[in-house]
Design a protein around this ligand. Sequence first.
Ligand SMILES: NC(=O)c1ccc[n+]([C@@H]2O[C@H](COP(=O)([O-])OP(=O)(O)OC[C@H]3O[C@@H](n4cnc5c(N)ncnc54)[C@H](O)[C@@H]3O)[C@@H](O)[C@H]2O)c1
Length: 255
Amino acid sequence: MAWKLSLEGQCGIVTGAASGIGRAAARHIAAMGADLLLVDLDAGRLEEAVSEIRQAAPGRRVSSAFADASREAEVRRAVAEALSAFGAIDFLVNGHGILRRTAFAGIATEEWDLMMAVNLRGCFLFCREVIPHLLRRGKGAIVNVASLAGRTCSILGGAHYTAAKHGLVGLSRHLAREYARQGIRVNAFCPGATLTPMTLTTTTPEEFERVAAAIPRGRWASPEEQAGVIGFLLSEAAANITGACIDSNGGSLMI
Ligand SMILES: NC(=O)c1ccc[n+]([C@@H]2O[C@H](COP(=O)([O-])OP(=O)(O)OC[C@H]3O[C@@H](n4cnc5c(N)ncnc54)[C@H](O)[C@@H]3O)[C@@H](O)[C@H]2O)c1
């Protein structure tokens, strides 16, 4: 029997959906047939993403919630909005994140805390809020967008970025083990260098070339290439994949 890559009849949440990998993932997941709540704290680009996806995937229910993933009350409200829009939740993609390039000695405690609050606690809060609804259905999938930085160490971000992404990989594995028997799959997705506003706004042309040259495949990934992997991980085709770190980095990590 051939397993399907379709997400028809499913509904879920994508965070960080206003930009980059999250936005491409939302577009791709809607094209796979799912209804979506897009979450981000960039209200302007979020609305732009909603209309883009509505146009690209007519017939899909696409709504949005302005929320800061690091704030418990806002996460709770966003998940409640998904429930009131769709009546159920089948999946969650934690695609939000921030990057800071500060060298270790210069990382202020506040910047450390912000990094952990957004890149790690924000994913924890969304998982904790969504999992009871997946349990009620006896099935569901979560993809936490970690990073190559969570497998080795960041080439662009600071030590706090690397630490938060390692934490997210650990959180994903732990949840995978805890909920495997209840039908919930949890995977960490670890992209390498990807062309998004996050990286394009923080990389000089020289660094850009240097990073590309260090990738065995010889180039940065597009957000769409990363979105395809996220869609696969949510689909029935990945039914036996849980607790994994799925790398998509053009060969940057070979272990
Ligand atoms: N671009 C890369 O090379 C790369 C590589 C590895 C991992 N990643 C990870 O992929 C994810 C997406 O990154 P991207 O490159 O698409 O970046 P991006 O900046 O293009 O998109 C990130 C989105 O997250 C949103 N966001 C930030 N803080 C938030 C918060 N507190 N609450 C809600 N939304 C918030 C932003 O507004 C933005 O829309 C991040 O977790 C990033 O660490 C990116």
